[in-house]
Each structure stands twice: as structure tokens, then as C-alpha cells.
Ligand binder design. Sequence first.
Ligand SMILES: NC(=O)c1ccc[n+]([C@@H]2O[C@H](COP(=O)([O-])OP(=O)(O)OC[C@H]3O[C@@H](n4cnc5c(N)ncnc54)[C@H](OP(=O)(O)O)[C@@H]3O)[C@@H](O)[C@H]2O)c1
Length: 306
Amino acid sequence: MRILVAGATGVVGHPLVGALRARGHRVSALVREESRAPDADDIVVADALDREAVLSAVSAARPEVVVHQLSALRLLRDDPVEAFAQTARLRTEGTAHLVEAARAAGARRLVAQSIAFAAAPEGPPVLDEDAPLHVDAPDLGWAATVRAVAELERLVLDGGPDLAGAVLRYGTLYGPGTAYARDGGTAMRVLAGKFPLPEGGAGITSFLHVEDAVGAAVAAVESQATGVFHVTDDEPAPAAQWLPHYARVLGGPPPRTVPAALAPRLLGWFMTHQLTAARGAANDRARTTLGWKPLRPSWRDGLGRE
Ligand SMILES: NC(=O)c1ccc[n+]([C@@H]2O[C@H](COP(=O)([O-])OP(=O)(O)OC[C@H]3O[C@@H](n4cnc5c(N)ncnc54)[C@H](OP(=O)(O)O)[C@@H]3O)[C@@H](O)[C@H]2O)c1
């Protein structure tokens, strides 16, 4: 198939281009800077926020399937405000541009990256895809992020009768290039003893190795299935389990326990929420409908090792 990958220089997008080519697909890489493009059959250049440029790049590639792996979360370490603001624009404007361009180019399928940790913290500890999103989160920044996620998902799923949409809600990514890699931002904070465990540590994280994010994207490209899918490992885990394990594997100090009320000052609202209240994400739908399963079923085997 002819496939266009937007975000082809990214932690997921870059290996995805190679994985799709290894399966015999013809892959166009959409990038902002040609010099940074991965090995691809074709390179097209556009800023995803520039509608005309996206329309022209996608029409030149004439893809049957468009894959959306755009985010600006790489900026998180240096400028979190800008990282979230740019990512929200990519999820709303960038997605709208890709949907319009995919339709205009005659693509029949769009596969887009989303996140599996945006559900409202209600109900059982592990949720399926039908659980409501946390669009009314008490933190205005996180509420804005989740509303942008909801808009991305709406745009992808409402692409019209000729454009089938699949949304992959990735769990918290770990592995090379991510924040949880040994040289990533989260690892640095844990090693410096600046990532405390709020008392109880009952918030649940569903992790996902980057290789499994790539594998799920390949499965979604080749599938006919539409809808929203949690792409997560098989072992949703409370912070009280994974954080001390991660610190130990990294070779850092055990995380100190702090009163929950103090945590937002030390960790910010979002991370406190993740560590105290967040729900995990069940991957049954991706297994049964996409025919995908994680090759790294448990974070225990790899988190903090690479
Ligand atoms: N589920 C999760 O845990 C999750 C989800 C998303 C992201 N993250 C974090 O983000 C990183 C990995 O995920 P990722 O692969 O989604 O992100 P990434 O590695 O930052 O890749 C994002 C891609 O989007 C492209 N992009 C950004 N702005 C663009 C624009 N205006 N126009 C065109 N392309 C643009 C980037 O291109 P350039 O090279 O030109 O910048 C890059 O190819 C890790 O640090 C990870 O920890 C985590």
C-alpha cells in the first residue's frame, strides 16, 4: 500500500517508516526538514500547521493510508507550556489539515496517535475506551489538553464515508527516545531524587514500549477496523509498584513518600493526578479487533533498562 507517515522523524514515526517498508509498503515521510527525514520511498515537506503546505504535500504523495504521529511533546523537558500548546494545535488544526488533505488526495484510511491516560478518574481502576474523557479536569491546562485530544478523535472518526478512521490511544511510552528512557527527562528527575511518591501511590499507569506502539500502528494500517483503541501493555500498575521498581532499575535512590497534599507543589498537577488518581487502560479491544498484542506485555521487564 501507499502510506504517508506524518511525524516521520518522531520517536514512534521514525521506526514506523522502517517497519512499514519492511512489510512491503511504499512509504512517504512527511517532515518539516528534509535533512532530518528517515529512509523512505519518498519525502514530502510541510509544517502540519500550514494548511496549504499539508494539502500540497499529501496530494503529491497520493497515499491510500495516512498515519498521524504528530506531537510537540519532545519540548516537554525545556518548555512544558509550549509543548502542550503546540501539541494541542497539532491535535486540532494539524489533524483537521491532515483529514482534509487525506480526503482530497483520495486516501481511504487515517490512523492517528492519541493517549490512553486522558480518562476521567471515575469507576473501576482499569477502564475501557468507552469511559468518558477528563474534559472537565480541575486543572485548566490538563482540561485544555484533553479537549484537544477529544477534538483529534472526533475529527479522525468523523472523516466522512470515504475516510475510515482509527485512533490509537498509546499508553505512557517507554523505551529509546522517550521521557522514561535512561537518558530521558523522567529518569533524570528520579535519579536526582526529585520524583517523590505521593502517599498511597494509587494512581494507575498503563505503559507501552515504543516497539509496541510501532507494531500497533502497523496493525492498524493493515486492518479495516475503525474506532478508538487502547494500545497498552497487559499490566496496568499503581505508582506504588512501578515507581520504586523504576528507581531501582535506574540505580537511583528510592522515591521518598510525601503527603498527597504536598505533591502538586513538587510534581505539578498532572503528575500528581497520574500518581494518585489516574485509571489504567484495558487493551482488549485492540487485541480482538486489530489482532494486535504487546510483545512487551509487562513494563517490569524493560522500564528503566534502556
Ligand atoms: N503516550 C505517551 O506517553 C506519549 C504520547 C505522545 C508523546 N509522548 C512523548 O513524546 C515523545 C514520543 O512520542 P512521539 O513520537 O509522539 O513524539 P516526537 O518524537 O516528538 O515526534 C513528533 C513528530 O511530530 C513532528 N512535528 C511536530 N510539530 C510539527 C509540525 N508543526 N509540522 C510537522 N511535523 C511536526 C516532529 O517533527 P520534527 O522532528 O520536525 O520536530 C516529529 O516527527 C516522547 O518524548 C514521549 O515520552 C508520550
